[in-house]
Design a protein around this ligand. Structure first.
Ligand SMILES: [Zn+2]
Length: 116
């Protein structure tokens, strides 16, 4: 399976571990941001409704951003399985190791990232 693969399989398993760690982290954060805190029993606030609606909105916005990150990570993990990880989606070249080391979910090489 790995014969034509441009990436060192040792590096690959490191990226995979890192991505899985990030994924677990994100899932946790998403869960904490999308669950309304119904157990909150603060009665001291007069305009509680406005605050809560606003806070709920913020939380949803954050959760949305987190879900987008999660999608990127899941796509990267899928690519690892298919053997296409580390290949730029735009130009088809190998993504620089430094790029992947900083952001293992990267789908594009440095040059293409700058263009987009
Ligand atoms: Zn590229």
């Amino acid at each position: 399976m790995w014969y034509a693969y441009p990436m060192d399989s040792k590096n690959l398993s490191q990226y995979k571990t890192e991505l899985e760690k990030q994924k677990a982290n994100l899932l946790e954060q998403i869960a904490s941001h999308s669950t309304p805190e119904i157990m909150g029993n603060d009665v001291d606030s007069g305009d509680e409704e406005t605050d809560e609606a606003e806070e709920q909105g913020n939380r949803l916005a954050i959760a949305q951003g987190l879900r987008e990150d999660l999608t990127e990570i899941e796509t990267a993990l899928e690519k690892i399985q298919r053997g296409t990880y580390g290949i730029c989606e735009r130009c088809g070249k190998t993504i620089e190791t430094e790029v992947l080391a900083t952001a293992p979910e990267s789908a594009m090489c440095r040059a293409c990232k700058q263009i987009s």
